[in-house]
Ligand binder design. Structure first.
Ligand code: PEP
Length: 256
């Protein structure tokens, strides 16, 4: 679908890596490798304690800070949790929700992910909602069915004006952190299907506007081909976002 309606977006996911003291040197190297003027949005989603350092360093090179998860509750007796309001207060602009590692290791359900997306939107943070199939589901021919279920569940009760504040990331579980990237055709097929689902739910105008990212071993070598696909508006980058030069190459690949 015509990409002129959407701004490219490259988001890094540092997962549970890096220290606050490492943010500034990392960002200096990233800044040195990024074009000062660019047409895409860039964010780094970092562990909660690193958000303030990322907000500060990111201002220098137009990189937004994001969180990687938040509580579904507004506030209260939820030891260990971080609220959407707390992330907003720190000036985080994005927050990943429904990453497969959270679904897998923290038993996060689609209903929970939907609640987290809603509370983020309420607090002015854009959720990056992750969906993706396992290898077994792909091999059984269940990919589209599974993705449709996850997308509909994550967006349940979210209005079309709220959808504009959401980003969807297609991340096949078998490609995350494995070095095994989906082919450009496989990634395009699913991202195209996600846009078709959104068209059915919200209409053509919303489908045309929503940013859909691909994530799963995207790197400096394969980014150009993946980002050239008509329904892939950017990337959610894990491992390669920990290397400033590689991450900058991916950002520059959006300028094709
Ligand atoms: C991720 O964690 O969202 C991810 C895509 O990781 P990687 O790029 O390392 O596969």
């Amino acid at each position: 679908m015509n990409k002129k309606y959407r701004k490219p977006f490259i988001a890094g996911n540092w997962k549970m890596n890096m220290l606050a003291s490492e943010v500034k040197p990392f960002m200096s190297e990233l800044k040195a490798n990024l074009p000062a003027e660019r047409s895409c949005d860039v964010a780094l989603c970092v562990p909660g304690p690193l958000v303030p350092a990322m907000v500060k360093a990111g201002r220098e090179c137009k990189v937004s800070a994001g969180g990687q998860d938040c509580s579904q509750y507004a506030k209260g007796a939820y030891t260990g949790e971080v609220s959407a309001l707390q992330l907003a207060d720190l000036k985080a602009k994005y927050c990943i929700v429904g990453h497969s590692e959270r679904r897998q290791y923290h038993a996060e359900s689609d209903m929970l992910i939907n609640a987290k997306a809603k509370i983020l939107i309420e607090n002015g943070i854009k959720p990056i909602i992750c969906v993706g199939e396992s290898l077994e589901q792909r091999e059984m021919g269940l990919t589209m069915e599974h993705i449709a279920y996850q997308v509909k569940a994550a967006l349940s009760g979210i209005s079309s004006s709220e959808l504009r504040k959401c980003v969807i990331a297609y991340e096949p579980i078998w490609a995350i952190g494995t070095g095994k990237t989906a082919t450009a055709d496989q990634a395009q097929e699913v991202c195209g299907e996600i846009r078709a689902i959104i068209r059915k739910m919200y209409g053509a105008r919303s489908a045309r506007a929503v940013q859909i990212l691909y994530g799963g071993s995207m790197n400096a070598k394969n980014a150009t081909e993946l980002l050239a696909q008509p329904d892939i508006d950017g990337g959610l980058i894990g491992g390669a976002s920990l290397k400033p030069v590689d991450f900058s190459v991916i950002v520059k690949a959006t300028e094709q």
